[in-house]
Design a protein around this ligand. Structure first.
Ligand code: NAP
Length: 297
């Protein structure tokens, strides 16, 4: 009988634990899976077993059965420590992947730590998430109908890319591939910048002396726009410092456009406001349609 595929998840927060729950639930068509998990916080791996996230908790990475796949689901700046921890496993792995929201920094860290990029390494990033963190936030359907971006490297073994693709497809993700550089540019614009704006606006308003009064009267627009400001500060600290160049580039472009709007308001330039808002509405309507179509497929 074929041995199960042994998958080790390192970091059992929202993303790692959701992946574990989902892959245990869905399995792979051609082979059974056995999911092990490790977290630096004591008791989290045992809690993950109780929550149905894992088959087995790992308390010491020095004592492991043969592992086939490692999923690094830790904040971007913790990747270096994880690479040091799993160095003895690397020679026998079929695939190594991560879920970090920034890809360039993760690839640089792996190369710096190992002096090379191992053929089993296939960086990845699920375009799904939530403001909650930790093992108790795990959801088996978190990745269903969501994109999973893989950024295979010239060094990546095609068999490793195929295996990681199969695992994410098995849990309902729509796997796409792009370069590391393109990933970091696209995500700076569509995810990192909006989070920065939400954090900044909520902070500005919260520091006003009468902030309770302001929040009391805030309506749906503020609620929708500010939702992502409840995201994990450590994770976002890591993301902005790791994707500096791409974020600064899009932030400066946005600041220039914002200044144009500021001047239009100051000089009663209604035509300009009308033009910008109409263009933005049409782009948002198209996006809404795209999302609806993705949900249908
Ligand atoms: P999370 O809920 O905070 O979980 C991370 C877990 O990893 C925590 O339990 C943390 O322990 C543990 N950890 C940290 N360093 C470790 C180490 N060296 N060894 C073992 N465990 C370690 O974070 P998350 O939201 O799942 O995010 C994980 C990764 O997914 C990040 O790289 C993030 O960029 C990416 N991502 C997140 C989202 C999202 O919406 N949340 C979406 C897409 C991608 P402590 O609690 O002790 O720190």
């Amino acid at each position: 009988m074929t041995q199960p595929l042994n998958i080790l998840i390192i970091g059992l927060g929202l993303i790692g634990a959701s992946f574990g729950k989902a892959i245990r639930h869905q399995g792979l068509a051609e082979r059974s899976v056995f999911v092990l998990g490790y977290d630096r916080s004591q008791g989290v791996a045992e809690q993950a077993v109780a929550l149905g996230v894992l088959d087995q908790a790992v308390s010491d990475l020095a004592w492991l059965p043969k592992i086939d796949v490692v999923v690094m689901a830790v904040p971007v700046m913790a990747i270096g420590t994880v690479i040091d921890d799993i160095r003895p496993l690397l020679g026998s792995l079929q695939a190594l992947t991560d879920v970090g929201s920034v890809k360039g920094q993760v690839v640089r860290t792996v190369r710096e730590r190992l002096g090379t990029l191992p053929a089993c390494f296939v960086p990845g990033h699920p375009i799904a998430g939530a403001e909650q963190s930790g093992v108790t936030a795990a959801k088996a359907d978190l990745f269903e109908h969501h994109m999973h971006i893989l950024t295979p490297l010239p060094e990546s073994d095609p068999a490793a890319v195929q295996l990681i693709t199969q695992l994410w497809q098995a849990i309902g993700a729509d796997v796409v591939e792009m370069s590391v550089e393109r990933h970091d540019e696209v995500l700076a614009a569509t995810s990192h910048l909006p989070h920065l704006l939400a954090f900044s606006l909520v902070d500005t308003l919260a520091r006003e002396s009468e902030n309770r009064e302001i929040f009391k009267y805030a309506a749906g627009g503020f609620r929708d726009f500010s939702r992502i400001a409840a995201s994990d500060p450590t994770m976002w600290h890591d993301i902005f410092l790791s994707n500096k160049d791409a974020t600064l580039k899009v932030l400066r472009r946005f600041q220039a456009d914002l200044t144009i709007l500021e001047q239009a308001i100051e000089h009663d330039d209604g035509d300009l406001l009308q033009t910008v808002f109409t263009r933005a509405k049409s782009a948002r309507d198209q996006f809404t349609q795209m999302l609806a179509e993705r949900q249908k497929n």
